[in-house]
Ligand binder design. Structure first.
Ligand code: ZN
Length: 246
């Protein structure tokens, strides 16, 4: 098998044996790729810190026979170092990486997801005032890309305006007639916050968002409850995000 070139963002990096790591990379052309980086944990490794999470890299890889490819070369395009050096930025960035890891399919090209991820990391690099709002806006955009756009005003089932209840299973806001047993009342201010975050430019998300912290917290809980329901996984980064957010 000939080597192939890719560029992408490192989502995860876990130890393997004495000196190696398995890295998960969201690539431009090959979707999510899992690969072994041999000798990466030796001090003399030619990879150094190039395969840390958040890093945008140019890669040379060999396709493996099993699930794992092998990285043979890595060169940094953008280190996104600022994200690793500030807890609120890190929490927001982790949420983005985790959500992308969950949605992306291995070896299935998804350029829009890569573009979204790079835009999200760039927005965090600019040190926004409200990194959690950037992460929440990112998750809303990612849900839409993945086909799970939540209904944030009209009933998700019949389209009636001003739906007063919320049901993750039905796709967001629902009217009383369409409510299932899991539906619960939702504060209209919470839906307004989520709708603003959904349409905000990532770089400006949270700017001018005049919601009180109670509404922000309720909106966050609703959003991640919805994301976990549709992505079928707990988001491990959410407690850290909540602890650093307004
Ligand atoms: Zn309805």
């Amino acid at each position: 098998m000939p080597p192939y070139k890719e560029q992408g963002v490192v989502l995860r990096s876990i130890k393997l044996g004495e000196a190696d790591k398995i890295v998960t990379i969201m690539t431009q052309g090959s979707g999510k790729v899992r690969a072994v980086a041999k000798g990466i944990r030796r001090t003399t490794s030619r990879f150094g810190a190039r395969l840390e999470p958040f890093t945008h890299v140019n890669l040379m890889l060999y396709r493996g026979r099993g699930a794992l490819d092998t990285v043979t070369q890595a060169e940094i395009l953008a280190p996104h170092r600022a994200i690793r050096e500030d807890l609120a930025l890190f929490a927001a960035g982790e949420t983005m990486l985790e959500a992308v890891d969950r949605v992306a399919e291995e070896h299935e090209r998804n350029v829009r997801l890569v573009v979204l991820l790079l835009a999200g990391l760039r927005a965090l690099e600019a040190r926004p005032n409200d990194p959690a709002a950037v992460a929440e806006s990112f998750v809303l955009k990612l849900l839409s890309l993945a086909g799970f756009h939540p209904s944030l005003g009209a009933c998700a089932v019949c389209g009636a305006p001003g739906a007063p209840l919320w049901s993750a299973g039905h796709g967001g806001a629902v009217c009383r007639a369409d409510a299932d047993r899991g539906a619960a009342p939702v504060d209209p201010q919470v839906l307004t916050v989520l709708a603003e975050l959904a349409t905000a430019d990532l770089a400006a998300a949270g700017r001018g968002l005049a919601a009180d912290p109670r509404v922000r917290r309720a909106a966050r809980a609703l959003l991640f409850g919805f994301a976990e329901y549709h992505l079928e996984r707990r988001m491990r980064s959410v407690p850290l995000l909540a602890s650093t957010a307004p």
